[in-house]
Design a protein around this ligand. Structure first.
Ligand code: HEC
Ligand code: HEC
Ligand code: HEC
Ligand code: HEC
Ligand code: HEC
Length: 177
């Protein structure tokens, strides 16, 4: 990554004033690129609060969070285990069966993501560091509709803040691979 290479040169071997300049540069690029807003609504108005109140755990649906890099959004088949027949009169629920009848997966588009030049592994944080989902995502169990912006924003400052607090590594190359 060209920007990253330039930033690294600014931050690492030079004097403190150059490091300061590097940080301003980073702050500016984060301000420009660091947040995402949903451009179109999710295909179904999914309600986290109702499903958690019904006794489901986060990893029943986001199975990758303990074992993989990506937490993943559950496939249609997971929804259909409970929604093959109607359990409410909600038209949003009926959409699940319409996708199934059309033989299509539900095209979810989560807004919480890191850019391609950042390496992030759920398994490392959930299974090895034993962090709760809420430490990074906030109270997802309270959401009654899909978030339009990340429920809790995660940027480089958030990552490094926790790494410093927990004495995890903070080399540029750990996260930028
Ligand atoms: C603990 C993880 C972590 C470490 C360590 C880290 N970064 Fe980052 N960095 C991120 C994340 C996450 C983003 C994306 C943040 C965003 O866009 O919201 C990012 C974004 C950036 C960007 C902005 C790129 C763009 O597309 O706008 C630059 C430049 C950057 N980092 C440079 C560095 C440098 C230089 C270091 C070492 C001094 C470093 N980073 C260390 C996690 C990290
Ligand atoms: C383990 C069973 C189970 C699974 C798996 C499940 N649901 Fe549900 N869902 C329910 C139950 C039970 C209700 C009724 C809750 C209520 O009314 O309090 C419900 C309600 C709903 C509703 C109506 C909500 C409302 O606002 O009234 C929608 C939409 C919905 N589910 C979508 C989904 C989607 C999409 C998936 C897959 C990602 C899914 N559900 C997976 C059990 C499940
Ligand atoms: C019944 C399945 C189900 C359960 C249980 C569930 N989720 Fe989700 N989750 C979804 C679906 C479907 C989406 C995509 C729609 C949305 O954003 O509401 C999603 C989206 C997300 C997102 C990304 C939102 C975005 O766009 O940035 C996060 C983060 C998340 N869930 C965390 C959690 C956490 C934490 C828990 C436990 C407290 C949990 N989920 C429980 C089905 C589930
Ligand atoms: C240390 C912080 C952290 C913890 C802990 C964490 N997440 Fe995430 N989560 C992230 C980041 C960062 C992303 C964006 C990842 C990407 O773009 O690859 C994300 C993305 C997601 C998404 C969007 C879809 C996907 O696969 O990227 C879901 C769903 C999700 N997380 C669920 C969970 C659940 C459930 C837990 C707890 C079992 C959890 N997360 C724990 C930081 C965290
Ligand atoms: C709430 C605390 C917390 C947050 C937020 C967090 N991390 Fe971490 N991270 C940890 C801990 C603790 C470890 C050490 C885990 C272990 O024992 O291996 C770790 C380890 C890592 C590692 C492995 C480092 C190595 O040894 O090479 C990477 C890569 C990483 N985190 C990237 C990220 C990125 C990228 C973000 C932000 C998008 C982030 N982390 C946010 C707590 C956090």
């Amino acid at each position: 990554m060209r920007i990253l290479g330039a930033a690294r040169k600014l931050v690492s071997p030079s004097g403190p004033w150059l490091a300061g300049f590097g940080l301003v540069f980073i702050a500016q690029t984060l301000f420009l690129h660091g947040s995402s807003v949903r451009s179109s609504p999710q295909p179904i108005a999914f309600n986290h609060a109702k499903h958690i109140a019904g006794g489901l755990e986060c990893t029943n649906c986001h199975a990758g969070a303990r074992t993989e890099e990506h937490a993943t959004i559950p496939p249609l088949a997971t929804c259909m285990t409970c929604h093959e027949s109607p359990v409410t009169s909600s038209p949003e629920e009926a959409k699940i069966r319409a996708f199934a009848a059309a033989g299509q997966e539900i095209p979810w588009q989560p807004v919480t993501h890191v850019p391609a030049h950042v390496y992030f592994s759920h398994r490392r944080h959930v299974a090895i560091a034993r962090l709760e989902c809420g430490a990074c995502h906030g109270a997802m169990e309270k959401l009654t509709a899909p978030p339009r912006v990340p429920n809790r924003p995660i940027d480089m400052v958030t990552c490094i803040g926790c790494h410093q607090q927990k004495q995890a590594r903070t080399d540029c190359n750990d996260c930028h691979r």
